[in-house]
Design a protein around this ligand. Structure first.
Ligand code: CMP
Length: 140
């Protein structure tokens, strides 16, 4: 089924000048960018986005990393977009990511892991709405 998912190109991948290469992988896999913007996240924005991880030991480092430089947030649309994006990204820990995945090719550590993607339809809906008003989304 056609789905929407939220993708974030994280500060490490932006710093590596890999925005285009990463978006190119989404497009080549048949996903369409239907919304996009570059943002410098505040601690409040990053902490709110990752609220489900608030009690985890890595939360503080996660917020610190996600506010360390600009990110590119996008809404990707396509058939099976949530799983397709997760396949393209590879495992959360780049050391476990399959060859040819975005994290295997661009990420160094579990914290600086290049990209985020929604993990379920419920989180996709919440995450898209967290960053985009409906008038910022351009289905085509
Ligand atoms: P992401 O998919 O953006 O969701 C939460 C992030 O926390 C995750 O990618 C990792 O970058 C980061 N993180 C750091 N340590 C861990 C961990 N032990 N388990 C899961 N995520 C972690």
């Amino acid at each position: 089924a056609t789905e929407r998912t939220l993708s974030i190109i994280k500060p490490d991948a932006v710093a590596k000048n890999a925005i285009g290469e990463i978006i190119s992988r989404f497009e080549k896999a048949g996903l369409k960018v239907i919304a996009a913007k570059m943002l410098q996240l505040s601690e409040e924005q990053a902490g709110g986005f990752y609220a489900e991880h608030k009690e985890r030991p890595f939360f503080k480092d996660l917020v610190g990393f996600m506010t360390s430089g600009p990110v590119v947030v996008q809404v990707l649309e396509g058939d099976d977009a949530i799983a397709k994006n997760r396949d393209l990204m590879g495992a959360t820990n780049p050391k476990e990511a399959a060859p040819g995945t975005i994290r295997a090719d661009f990420a160094e550590t579990i914290d600086a892991n290049a990209v985020h993607g929604s993990d379920s339809p419920a989180s996709a809906e919440r995450e898209v709405a967290y960053f985009f008003n409906s008038d910022e989304i351009c289905p085509r």
